[in-house]
Every structure is written in structure tokens, then in C-alpha cells.
Design a protein around this ligand. Structure first.
Ligand SMILES: *Cc1c(COP(=O)(O)O)cnc(C)c1O
Length: 386
């Protein structure tokens, strides 16, 4: 039975396999005995390899051990957890914050804590799988609105029975398209219709806004969006998820989110690494400057090659190819020419929108970007795709 299912996936160009890589620095990886340019990591600021971040993890491991022992509700909160929550609270300018084992777990725990059976969730159609899973878990009614379409959202808000508890969900920076949610309009709608707004800022945290606070800073909406979630695994370079918000909300989530209560706390090293990453983000703004100039160089190059991109404004630069087979072929050919960038296919993205999702970081050199664009030109010529 498994064999047939796997064969079906293979026939549809939808089979996923794990690719062993021998090492990963910021901008290139050793793969199959050679060095290839990596354009698919979310380590946007190169912090996974930052000497201070690595050192913080090492020191915390020596001091506190490799694991946390149990859920924080069982064995307590270690200093690295408390320090990171304080650092996140300050970084995001909220009253409080709460760590989760991963961004996935934050969504899975927080969304069902915010709304349950009898409530209504209205989520952007392109929201991440962890949001979708959380919505199902919440047992609230769940509808999607067309991507970024506030008119559609408003019509759904109008047609609901009044006084119904409602949660609007969006990403800040969309993970597969790289575009921004129309947050100012979403906030206005939430305020006008008495709905809550939940923003997943996994890809905005660390890079968006004047000081890297995220998409909410980008739109200057800190005062109107009292809580949101993010991850430590992308620009912050380690692992784990978080909620930031009011004291009351955090206390409530501690008492209700099952993915917080019933799972072991983050390893101390991971928490310590993220705390240090937050200080580096403030101290080395040149990382963000390099990220954005690299992003512009790759974006301009892709446009010059005639690539079709969604309206991205972030370091996520997806080249749309359509069907899954084309995207797979394109990724294979790119790899043959020394560029590692993955084909993103359904169910990660809607049918017919398979793509190569390029992500660029502060660590790429301009030569690497130009080499990657050269490889891309060759692959376009070879395959006739784009
Ligand atoms: C990556 C991602 C997550 C999950 O975060 P992890 O920390 O990797 O579990 C959640 N939401 C969005 C939008 C993401 O891109």
C-alpha cells in the first residue's frame, strides 16, 4: 500500500526525498563532493554561524546541560528561557512573551487557545500549514479569504451572524510568495468588525521594519496589534517559536495551550543562542543592509531574465513555473549548474503554482549572486522554461 502511494507521488512529480548535505554555511553547501550556492535557507542574517551565537549555545550547554528535562510547568523555567522571554518582550515592545518548542507548536497551541467551537476563523488562503492545522484543531468554523483580499474578507465578516467570536489570521511576510499582508487594512477591518487579528510573523521577525522587529514595525502598527507569533528558526538562526502580547494573554496561553503544556521546554543552548541573536540584530544592522542589497541584486537579475515573480518585497524570491514536473526539472538542472534551490510544489503551494523559491541572505557575495544568475540563464536556455 505504501509502495503504491509513493509511486503515485513519483508519477505526479510530487515525491519528496531527503537530501543529505555535508555541511551548510550561510551561502553555500557541500553537496555531492562539491560546493554549490545555497539559495533556499531562511537563515536570512547568517546568524546560525555567528561566533557569538555559537558561543552562547556552547556556554549554555556546559552550564545547563543539553536538555531541559521536562515541560516548564513540570520542572521549572531555566535562566536561558526567562532571559529569552525578557529579550523578546523588549525586542517586540510588548508586555510579555512565551516560548514554544517551534513556530509550528506556537500556532498549534495559541490559535485553539484564542478561539474554539462556535467561533469563526477567517484566514488568508496562503497561510502556512501549521496555521491550517491549528484552525482544524480549534474546532471553530474555518473559512479562507482570497490572498490579501480585504474586500473578500469584509464580505465574509459582514455575512456572519453578529456577536460571533471571530479570529482573522494572516502571515506578515508570506512564506512562499514573499509578499506582505495588507496589515493596515486588516487591522482596520478587525477593529471595525470587532474581530481579533492574529499575525504569523515567522518570516518578518528579524528583517522587516527599520530595526528588524518585523512586519508590524514595517507598518508602524505596534499599538494596534497587541499580540502576534513568530519563530526563532529563521532570521534568528536557531529554533523555537514564540508568542508576544499582553501579560494576561500570555498567562492565559500558559494555562490553555496544549502544545505549551505537554511538551518539553527548548534546550537551554537553543534559547541562549536566540537571546544572543537578538543582541546581534541590534548591534550589526549592516547584516540587514547586506541582506537588502543582495535581495535587490537577485531580484533585478531574475526580472532581467524574464522570470515571473509574485509581488514579493522580501528576500523570498519565488520564480513561478506552473506544474510540479517543470519545477522539479528546473531545480535538478540548477543543481547540476551549482545552485541549490528547492522546487516548491503542492500541497505547500496551490496547484499550478509550483515554483523555485529562492531565498537570499546577508551572507551571499555579489559574485555568488551573479554566478547563480548565470546558472539560471543556462537552465532557462536548456529547458525553455520561464
Ligand atoms: C516556518 C514557519 C512556521 C513554523 O515555524 P518553525 O519554527 O519552523 O516550526 C510557521 N509559520 C510560518 C509562516 C512559517 O514560515
Amino acid at each position: 500500500m505504501f509502495r503504491e502511494k509513493l509511486q503515485q507521488l513519483r508519477d505526479q512529480s510530487l515525491l519528496r526525498v531527503l537530501t543529505p548535505v555535508e555541511s551548510a554555511t550561510g551561502s553555500s553547501i557541500h553537496y555531492g563532493g562539491r560546493e554549490v550556492i545555497l539559495l533556499s535557507s531562511n537563515d536570512y542574517l547568517g546568524l546560525t554561524m555567528h561566533p557569538e551565537v555559537v558561543q552562547a549555545a556552547r556556554v549554555a550547554t556546559e552550564r545547563y546541560g543539553t536538555g531541559s528535562g521536562a515541560s516548564r510547568l513540570v520542572s521549572g523555567t531555566l535562566p536561558p528561557h526567562a532571559q529569552l522571554e525578557t529579550a523578546l518582550t523588549i525586542f517586540k515592545g510588548t508586555e510579555a512573551s512565551l516560548l514554544f518548542g517551534a513556530g509550528y507548536l506556537a500556532n498549534l497551541g495559541v490559535i485553539p487557545a484564542l478561539i474554539g467551537s462556535g467561533g469563526l476563523i477567517l484566514a488568508d488562503r496562503l497561510c502556512h500549514a501549521s496555521v491550517i492545522d491549528a484552525c482544524r484543531l480549534s474546532q471553530a468554523d474555518f473559512r479562507v479569504f482570497r490572498h490579501g483580499d480585504c474586500d473578500h474578507l469584509e464580505s465574509l465578516l459582514r455575512s456572519r451572524t453578529t456577536d460571533r467570536s471571530t479570529l482573522i489570521i494572516t502571515e506578515g511576510v508570506f512564506s512562499m510568495d514573499g509578499d506582505l499582508a495588507p496589515l493596515p487594512d486588516l487591522v482596520s477591518l478587525a477593529e471595525r468588525y470587532g474581530a481579533m487579528l492574529y499575525v504569523d510573523d515567522a518570516h518578518g521577525t528579524g528583517i522587516m521594519g527599520g530595526t528588524g522587529r518585523g512586519t508590524i514595525e514595517h507598518f508602524d502598527l505596534e499599538r494596534r496589534i497587541p499580540f502576534h507569533m513568530g519563530t526563532l528558526s529563521k532570521a534568528l538562526g536557531s529554533y523555537g517559536g514564540f508568542l508576544v502580547g499582553t501579560h494576561e494573554l500570555v498567562q492565559y496561553v500558559i494555562n490553555t495551550a496544549r502544545s505549551f503544556m505537554f511538551t518539553t521546554a527548548l534546550p537551554p543552548a537553543v534559547a541562549a543562542a536566540s537571546s544572543t541573536a537578538l543582541t546581534v540584530i541590534d548591534r550589526e544592522p549592516e547584516r540587514r543592509a547586506r541582506l537588502w542589497s543582495n535581495r535587490q541584486r537577485l531580484f533585478d537579475g531574475l526580472k532581467a531574465l524574464g522570470c515571473t515573480l509574485p509581488p514579493t518585497v522580501s528576500p523570498i524570491l519565488p520564480v513561478l513555473l506552473g506544474d510540479a514536473a517543470s519545477a522539479s526539472t528546473f531545480a535538478e538542472r540548477l543543481l547540476a549548474h551549482g545552485v541549490y534551490a528547492t522546487a516548491i510544489r503542492p500541497p505547500t503551494v496551490p496547484d499550478g503554482t509550483s515554483r523555485i523559491r529562492f531565498t537570499v541572505t546577508s551572507e551571499h557575495t555579489t559574485d555568488q549572486i551573479d554566478e547563480a544568475l548565470h546558472a539560471l540563464r543556462l537552465v532557462i536556455r536548456e529547458t525553455g522554461l520561464v
